[in-house]
Design a protein around this ligand. Structure first.
Ligand code: ARG
Ligand code: ZN
Length: 484
């Protein structure tokens, strides 16, 4: 799904201008299919995505025969459309061997390019705006390796394999933000092209699969079980979560905090053997859903819970099912990942340079939660401020990969929101948060969209407070809420 973000409109108008010129100077020449190699020109990851491609749905079927080993096989059918004529489809992909590519059911030529991390399919006739088509990829083997160099020890993104050890079963899961999804899924792997997902995972008997979305019926084969999940509301590709492990699936009563008070289903997946004190961290999920939806408005998805994993990694807000490593099984991280369901998954960054919008809001939710528990929010903000003083600071729009998840993205991002709150007061701040979510829900937004919208809601005063925190190369003064 693609919204008419400013950037897309610019692309479209540039395209139509180009066409007018071409048609007046060369009237006899039919319009050419757009230059094939155009990516989405992300400022941080310029190679990602295909300009003009709009993937609406991914229907994915995976089989994991030996959990804990990297290999799997399967197929995916993408429902796609375009905003300009496309003679080939160039998906991001650095995954297992591709055995076949079909276009509306018919085999078509394809090639993979490991240097570009692309799977390129040549179409029998260009896909033009207004058409919808299905592209199927049949593949299997070992996923590719995409590293996050900014993490303390280089972190392998995408499909994870955890070998069996110490009486623990082997496991697999996804941990993809920012650009790891294409290690296991041929995709338009950029948050500006959100899509819905159907995920079917076949695992050996005794194992459980979990994925983003609502679980459908489980079917059994000879020695296998197949689990199906439907993620109806569009999410960015990095937010697709898939897990295979020996799990206890623990349900809790639904919480009526969805749109118009609709119920949000609750289920958590704990690896068998997870101690009670770790499980207990998630006892207050219902309360957190209630507290955050008071500030942000209705919870956007049909379900929520966590899936715990065993390696020490960053946590990730995989849609409807946050992925939590043992070192981050804390209430604070629980609330942070829950807040990302709104900020990140439902309202997504237009480019990777804008990811502070996700991290700043999710971090601010930690302060809102502390206040709900009767703690002093201003003291939380003061600690973040101290971290910026000691550790350094930067304007919020990221200019390189190492900044995406640094302390400024999280804590200076949160302080920007605190500055807005201090400038306009609690009631206007709450009204702003809810209006902002309502305005961009289901879509994508960049930093400029955010500032422009803040002006319409909170006036010059609110926008100026935010803008200083977004743009100043130095650290603005600590915002202090009146009367605290
Ligand atoms: N969005 C995640 C969180 O804060 C962090 C992801 C970090 N990813 C990374 N590749 N370092 O919840
Ligand atoms: Zn985060």
């Amino acid at each position: 799904m693609k919204l008419f973000s400013k950037r897309n409109l610019l692309l479209l108008s540039a395209l139509s201008v180009g066409w007018t010129v071409a048609q007046t100077s060369l009237p006899a020449t039919p319009p050419q299919v757009a230059a094939p190699a155009e990516t989405l020109n992300d400022p941080i990851f310029p190679g990602l995505g295909q300009a003009g491609l709009d993937v609406r749905h991914y229907d994915l079927s995976l089989t994991v025969e030996r959990p804990g080993t990297p290999e799997f096989y399967g197929s995916v059918t993408l429902t796609l459309a375009s905003t300009r004529p496309l003679g080939e489809i160039r998906l991001d992909f650095l995954g297992p061997t591709v055995n076949a590519v079909r276009w509306n059911g018919m085999g078509v030529p394809f090639r993979t390019d490991a240097a570009l991390q692309k799977l390129i399919a040549t179409l029998p006739a260009p896909l033009v705006p207004g058409q919808e088509a299905r592209l199927t990829v049949v593949y299997g083997g070992r996923p590719g390796v995409v590293l996050d160099p900014g993490f303390s020890t280089p972190l392998q993104l995408g499909w994870q394999s955890v070998p069996a050890a110490d009486g623990r079963a082997g496991a697999n899961f996804t941990l993809s933000e920012p650009n790891g999804t294409h290690t296991f899924l041929p995709s338009n792997d950029h948050p500006s092209d959100k899509a819905s997902f159907t995920t079917r995972v076949t695992v050996p008997e005794g194992f459980t699969a979990a994925a983003s979305g609502v679980e459908g019926p489980v079917t059994t084969g000879s020695g296998t079980r197949t689990f199906t999940f439907t993620q109806t509301r569009p999410i960015p590709t990095y937010a697709l979560g898939i897990h295979v492990n020996r799990f206890d699936r623990v349900t809790a009563p639904a919480v009526p905090v969805g749109v118009n008070g609709s119920p949000v289903a609750r289920r958590d997946y704990f690896p068998v053997g997870t101690p009670g004190n770790v499980r207990a961290v998630y006892d207050r999920t219902e309360r957190a859903l209630r507290v955050l939806s008071e500030w942000f408005g209705p919870y956007p998805f049909a379900a929520y819970g966590v899936a715990l994993v065993t390696p020490r990694l960053p946590a990730l807000e995989t849609a409807t099912l946050s992925t939590i490593p043992p070192n981050l099984a804390t209430e604070r991280t629980a609330v942070h990942e829950l807040a990302h369901q709104w900020f990140g998954n439902d309202l997504s960054p237009a480019t990777w340079a804008d990811v502070w919008l996700s991290e700043g809001f999710a971090t601010y939710a930690e302060l809102l939660w502390a206040e709900a528990l009767g703690e002093n929010g201003q003291a939380v903000a003061a600690r973040w401020y101290d971290g910026q003083v000691r550790g350094g600071t930067r304007p919020l729009v990221a200019t390189r990969e190492a900044q995406l998840f640094d302390r400024s993205a999280y804590q200076r991002g949160a302080l920007a929101l605190h500055a807005l709150r201090a400038a306009v007061g609690d009631d206007a701040f709450r009204a702003f948060l809810r209006a902002h979510v309502a305005r961009f829900s289901g879509g994508t937004l960049g930093t400029a969209d955010f500032l422009a919208f803040s002006r319409t809601q909170t006036g010059e005063r609110g926008e100026a407070a935010l803008r200083m925190w977004v743009e100043s190369p130095t650290l603005p003064a600590l915002p202090v809420m009146a009367g605290r």
